[in-house]
Design a protein around this ligand. Structure first.
Ligand code: F6P
Length: 448
């Protein structure tokens, strides 16, 4: 059976060698044990570990039924959420969609838009303006149920929906995904009688894409959540505790990036040569950034879209400070076939490419870049993806989650909390004079 594959060959021979990676084998094994026995830091957030294999047929059917209810009633569904309550669904939908879906439409599928992932006033104005002529519904996602960005978006969009279709119909077009018992969104949903899905207590936001947080919007967009989960289940087995170090992709990836980090490679750049994977990298950045960046430690996760960014960041990567390494998401097979036409004049000198596929040029750009960057002192890991499909995206998701858990323990941090995110929120509430923040308001205003 074909699966995604990790190749670390081009990451070795410079800053680290095979021995340095294998030196992590014992620590990786210990990290695996901590994850599987629940004895490590943050062990009350390990629900994601067996999520793919424990999702029931009944649960998937319930999600599909709710998705159908929205699909039947709405031309547009706005998914409200931020961070882990946004990025997984956005990543998968973007990867699987036609690049111009917003202009072409997507047949019988509703258009899926996002809100609550920023506090852009113009963004919200323009969204509300667009929705004035549309039959729309809402999926409101917040694990805590108290996050400011989605709460503002929901208040505005709920009001617009109710004024368009009335309170009764609006209730049928709103689905909430939130905590079982806590938070403002739970309370509101119970009062209003919205259909709800629960985010399990033991699954943190950035590990929640295989819960209704990701699965419901993905199903609404018309994609096959069963294949996504089945792909994740394949990687759950392939990255299992019983798979030896050198055969276990999550173990090898976690060990290699930690060996590189110890050798001074402080920045990991997730590279794609396929614009459909732009948001997958955004999802990955939250996963690794929030999990590892703490106690003044952690690889800084960043990303680039090639070849686009070879014409902007390419110079820095080739020649800048040698503190970086790259992890390339390499998609093997394209969905479509476009060949370069012959031109009689050949003024652009491209006839040497006539009859050859655009993807062949892209693949040579990828290979040429790999050789150039390795020559320039940038270690290169490659993750081969047979094609962009639900199955392989599911594999990628679980692979990165498992490697993240292992990697966080190798780094000796708690990979499952995010205390640092509270600092900006506290200041923002103090500056906005939120009730309960009176002392903080006085203190922060004195500093301005
Ligand atoms: O789902 P919630 O509780 O609204 O949180 C959204 C995001 O905000 C954070 O808590 C950080 O503020 C993330 O960890 C999370 O993914």
């Amino acid at each position: 059976m074909e699966t995604i594959r990790v190749n670390i060959g081009k990451a070795l021979g410079g800053a680290v060698n095979e021995k340095d990676v294998f030196a992590y084998a014992k620590a990786v094994e210990e990290s695996m044990v901590k994850l599987h026995e629940g004895t490590g830091k943050g062990n009350d957030f390990l629900g994601w570990l067996h999520l793919p294999s424990s999702i029931t047929e009944g649960h998937l059917s319930e999600i599909e039924t709710a998705a159908k209810q929205l699909r039947d009633r709405c031309d547009v569904v706005v998914v409200i959420g931020i961070g882990g309550s946004y990025l997984g669904a956005k990543a998968v939908i973007e990867a699987l969609s036609d690049s111009f879906v917003q202009l072409k439409g997507s047949g019988s599928n509703p258009m899926v838009l996002f809100a609550g992932q920023n506090i852009g006033e113009d963004y919200l104005y323009e969204l509300l303006d667009l929705l004035k002529n549309k039959s729309f519904g809402l999926i409101n996602i917040s694990k805590s149920g108290t996050t400011t960005e989605p709460a503002i978006a929901f208040r505005l969009l709920k009001k617009e929906l109710e004024s368009q279709v009335g309170e009764g119909e609006a209730k049928k077009r709103i689905i909430a995904v939130t905590d079982a018992s806590r938070g403002a969104l739970r309370k509101l949903s119970d009062i209003e009688g919205y259909k709800t899905f629960i985010i399990p207590d033991n699954v943190g936001g950035r590990f929640s894409v295989l819960t209704p947080v990701g699965l419901l919007p993905i199903a609404v967009a018309g994609f096959d959540i069963r294949k996504l989960v089945a792909g994740a289940e394949i990687m759950e087995a392939e990255c299992g505790i019983d798979i030896p170090f050198d055969k276990n992709p999550a173990a090898v990836y976690a060990a290699t990036r930690n060996a590189l980090y110890r050798a001074g490679k402080k920045i990991e750049i997730l590279v794609n040569f396929n614009p459909k994977l732009h948001y997958f990298a955004e999802w990955w950045k939250q996963l690794y950034g929030e999990s590892e960046g703490k106690d003044h430690k952690g690889i800084f996760p960043t990303s680039v879209d090639f070849t686009t960014d070879l014409h902007s960041m390419g110079q820095w990567i080739q020649d800048g400070e040698r503190t970086i390494f790259e992890t390339v998401l390499s998609v093997e097979k394209m969905k479509h076939n476009v060949s370069i036409p012959k031109d009689e004049e050949d003024l652009d000198g491209l006839n040497y490419l006539a009859g050859r596929r655009v993807d062949e040029v892209n693949k040579m750009a990828e290979l040429g870049t790999q050789i150039a960057h390795v020559d320039g002192g940038v270690p290169n890991l490659k993750i081969s993806i047979p094609e962009i499909s639900e199955k392989y995206l599911g594999e990628l998701i679980y692979f990165f989650e498992k490697a993240c858990g292992i990697s966080g323990y190798l780094l000796e941090v708690n990979p499952f909390d995010q205390p640092g995110v509270e600092a900006y929120k506290k200041n923002m509430f103090a500056l906005l004079e939120k009730p309960g923040y009176e002392d903080a308001t006085k203190a922060i205003k004195a500093r301005l």
